[in-house]
Design a protein around this ligand. Structure first.
Ligand code: KIV
Length: 300
């Protein structure tokens, strides 16, 4: 998408970003219709959202993966609405053009359709989000209908749904038997019919994800689901090599920020211990006349 053009009046070649419009759910559908791939990443804070937005990402998900990669929980289950809203607000301050999606945390939509609508509404009213995501298939149709009925766009999430980790028996690929694959396709069609604007497919066979993507008119966003989806998402901390506990097989690491942070911190510690930092360059000075005045005042 980006173009390189010489800027008028200078000899420097500057990248010129094409005028980007604010991303909407309608534009995502149009991208699918034009077979244009959709890009999505997670973000949990202002600087990351700013960088992703400036890089030209289509969608930013404030994922409940927050619980694992930022807050250090073992899984996503302890994440609360208040934690999600706190981080959503920071992301909303950083991103201006990407479509902003808030991930509904565990037990914010499962107990009743009323609580689902109320909590989805909080993402828009208090979190600065423009859509919400929730996990599950046929058992979530009432919640999806109620939330979309309130005018809030909903993204579905099928396959490996981390909030059901205890039911699934671990973080493992889904839809690998003919029966499970058929059920997943049925769930995808039901979610589309219930009003979802898009669907995340996590850790499912690539051939199944491609088939589901072809059968749906709404865009699918894959994570560990092969290249046949209408878009791709990764957890940003995995992509940046910032989450050191484990890296799923489907992640491509584009950087080693954890290693780079450790290097920078070690260098700082040595600099401080050896008094190599701070130098005069990092210090504030007082005018000589003021200094002399102080000394004479103190001596007098
Ligand atoms: O919480 C999250 O980051 C997600 C993505 C993996 C899609 O749900």
């Amino acid at each position: 998408m980006s173009t390189i053009a010489p800027s008028v009046g200078t000899s420097v070649i500057q990248p010129v970003a094409p005028l980007r419009k604010k991303m909407t759910t309608t534009m995502l559908r149009q991208k699918k219709a034009r077979a244009e791939i959709i890009t999505m990443l997670t973000a949990y804070d202002y600087p990351t959202a700013l960088a992703e937005d400036q890089a030209g990402i289509d969608c930013i998900l404030v994922g409940d993966s927050l619980g694992m990669v930022v807050l250090g929980y073992q899984n996503t289950l302890p994440v609360t609405m208040d934690e999600m809203l706190h981080h959503s607000r920071a992301v909303a301050r950083g991103a201006k053009l990407a479509l902003l999606i808030g991930d509904m945390p565990f037990m914010s939509y499962q107990a009743s359709t009323e609580s689902a609508v109320r909590n989805a509404g909080r993402f828009l009213q208090e979190g600065g989000m423009e859509a919400v995501k929730l996990e599950g298939g046929r058992e979530r149709l009432d919640a999806v209908r109620a939330i979309t009925g309130a005018g809030i766009p909903v993204m579905g999430h099928l396959g490996l749904t981390p909030q059901s980790v205890n039911q699934l028996g671990g973080f493992r690929p889904q839809g690998r038997s003919a029966g499970a694959a058929k059920r997943l396709l049925e769930d995808a069609l039901l979610l589309e019919e219930a009003g979802c604007f898009s669907l995340v497919l996590e850790s499912v066979p690539a051939r199944l994800a491609e088939l589901v993507s072809r059968r749906l008119s709404i865009p699918t966003i894959g994570i560990g689901a092969g290249v046949g989806c209408d878009g791709q998402v990764l957890v940003t901390h995995d992509l940046l090599g910032l989450f050191d506990r484990f890296t799923p097989k489907f992640v491509k690491k584009y950087a080693d920020f954890h290693g780079e942070m450790q290097r920078a911190f070690s260098e700082y510690i040595v600099d401080v211990q050896t008094r190599a930092f701070p130098t005069a360059q990092h210090s504030v000075e007082i005018e000589e006349t003021e200094w002399q005045q102080l000394i004479s005042d103190l001596e007098g």
